[in-house]
Write a protein that binds this ligand. Structure first.
Ligand SMILES: Cc1cc2nc3c(=O)[nH]c(=O)nc-3n(C[C@H](O)[C@H](O)[C@H](O)COP(=O)(O)OP(=O)(O)OC[C@H]3O[C@@H](n4cnc5c(N)ncnc54)[C@H](O)[C@@H]3O)c2cc1C
Ligand SMILES: NC(=O)c1ccc[n+]([C@@H]2O[C@H](COP(=O)([O-])OP(=O)(O)OC[C@H]3O[C@@H](n4cnc5c(N)ncnc54)[C@H](OP(=O)(O)O)[C@@H]3O)[C@@H](O)[C@H]2O)c1
Length: 435
């Protein structure tokens, strides 16, 4: 069977590998760079910049403590070039792995017609088609918004902005605020409603007070006009470079006449990732769901298996999400957690442990924060949020344990490594005593 996949990001690449492993003939079409937004503009850009931002913050702390002598200076153009070079290296590995997996890669922009795909003026027949074209930055209907930067422009900044005004209230706003405030920018975040509304209130407070401590966050602010040199809200003018972090819109134009789309242009699929058009599947950001790489990969696998005739359903229960700041902030995605507020729940929270990545913050009382919600009697784990140097990794395993219905008492024989900065098991053990 001939499987064609449009889009070489996490969803498309994973779908291609899965279908090829199953033994089908696979063609992957990418118009820009293999690896998609995650590798070239998103996750890896944030990783590269955040590593340096954390190093810079640490170096200032060591200087203040008299441990090191010279305050470090950052050359942003060199930093951006270093991130680009490293990404190019990772991409070459991805390309080699994809070709070794017996996947044909076509470079070019695909368009679709009934039963065939056109790339570079050539027509290709398919038996099954997977749309994995991702999403792009949403430019809100604010006058002058086209003058502002988005995440796509971050590596083209020439210097670290003196003043950076971020419009938006989600993960991207938080991550770039963390990076640029650590590198020395005066950062303002303007939220039309609430900042990081997906977080537990206590976790959000910790993020604002301890991880974005130098960022001015304003909620319930309407931006009226954006100019090259700043922006106007309903009552003031703020001077600075403007960065939009106002969400994404699916890249579904190439398929909009063939499949059903939702209000924001997302391809509507069932749990098998199949659209209303038989033999056309979609996965990743183009279906407008959770919008993270692991979920895009999971959907790519599900789409590929079903396209190859292996019945598989996507499972969205207890998905772990994260935010990259000085510490990882990790939490169970609310939309994927069936926890009901009317259930009788006990909650507990503790500060993070001293250990690798947090030791030098002990004197500032900034070692992180972990909170769990459990149903004490049954030992059911209902919700977990954690801020620590290792939270992103720990929470992925905890989400798997929640999916597999682990209870607090299952942590009775948990043996940690030491020194470890993961306090989740300690709270679980504490609550297991009440069961
Ligand atoms: C700044 C930022 C930081 C992020 N950080 C994280 C993070 O830390 N962790 C996380 O899990 N997620 C993160 N994300 C989200 C993550 O990048 C996306 O969820 C993920 O990339 C979605 O994968 P995808 O394959 O669906 O789409 P994409 O990665 O967008 O890939 C789609 C691909 O399709 C190609 N394409 C589109 N149209 C065509 C066409 N007509 N023909 C051929 N090719 C086409 C595009 O060029 C692109 O390469 C971040 C996003 C951003 C913007
Ligand atoms: N670490 C990670 O996993 C990671 C990192 C970065 C990005 N991502 C993913 O990338 C995607 C994009 O991130 P994001 O932070 O841009 O998106 P997001 O979480 O969807 O947040 C977008 C924000 O933009 C605001 N907004 C929308 N229209 C606006 C307008 N007209 N004026 C002012 N504000 C407006 C929204 O405000 P309201 O709240 O008021 O609606 C919302 O808070 C998400 O899917 C995210 O999960 C993931």
């Amino acid at each position: 069977m001939k499987i064609m996949i449009i889009g070489g990001g996490p969803a498309g690449k994973t779908a291609a590998r899965e279908a090829s492993q199953i033994g089908e003939e696979v063609t992957l079409i990418e118009k820009n760079l293999l690896g998609g937004k995650c590798l070239n503009e998103g996750c890896m850009v944030v990783s590269g910049l955040n590593d340096v931002a954390k190093f810079f913050k640490d170096s200032q702390r060591f200087y203040e403590l008299g441990i090191s002598s010279n305050p470090v200076e950052i050359d942003y153009e060199k930093l951006a070039q270093g991130v680009k070079d490293t990404i190019a290296k990772i991409r070459s590995v991805h390309e080699a792995e994809t070709r070794e997996a017996d996947i044909e890669i076509l470079n070019g922009e695909a368009t679709v017609q009934e039963g065939q795909v056109q790339v570079n003026d050539e027509e290709h027949q398919y038996d099954r088609l997977i749309i994995a074209t991702g999403s792009k930055a949403f430019i809100p209907p604010i006058k002058g918004a086209e003058k502002a930067a988005t995440y796509e422009d971050i590596l083209d900044f020439k210097t670290i902005p003196d003043e950076l005004i971020i419009v938006g209230s989600g993960v991207i706003a938080a991550e770039f605020a963390g990076i640029f405030s650590s590198l020395g920018s005066q950062v303002h975040i303007l939220c039309r409603n609430q900042f990081l509304k997906m977080l537990d209130e206590d976790v959000k407070k910790y993020v604002e007070r301890k991880l974005l401590e130098n960022v001015e966050i304003q909620e319930n602010v309407q931006v009226k006009l954006i100019k090259k040199e700043g922006l106007y809200t309903d009552n003031i003018f703020l001077k600075g470079d403007v960065l939009l972090a106002t969400g994404m819109r699916p890249n579904s134009d190439i398929i909009n006449e063939m499949v059903n789309l939702g209000d924001r242009g997302e391809v509507i699929v069932n749990q098998q990732m199949e659209s209303n058009h038989k033999h056309i599947y979609a996965a990743g950001d183009v279906i407008g769901g959770i919008g993270t790489t692991p979920v895009a990969r999971m959907e790519g696998i599900v789409a590929a298996r079903n396209a190859c005739g292996i019945y598989t359903l996507a499972d969205y229960s207890f998905i772990a999400n994260s935010i990259s700041l000085y510490y990882d902030v990790a939490f169970i995605n609310k939309e994927t957690n069936d926890y009901k507020v009317d259930q009788e729940i006990n909650e507990g929270s503790i500060p993070g442990f001293a250990g690798p990545g947090s030791f030098w913050r002990v004197l500032e009382r900034n070692t992180g924060f972990t909170k769990v919600k459990v149903q004490s009697e049954s030992g059911e784990i209902r919700d977990v949020s954690s801020i620590s140097p290792s939270a992103r990794t720990s929470l992925a395993y905890v989400s798997k344990m929640m999916r597999d219905n682990y209870k607090t008492h299952d942590f009775d024989d948990f043996t940690e490594t030491h020194p470890s900065t993961d306090p989740i098991y300690k709270l679980m053990r504490y609550f297991s005593k009440f069961g």
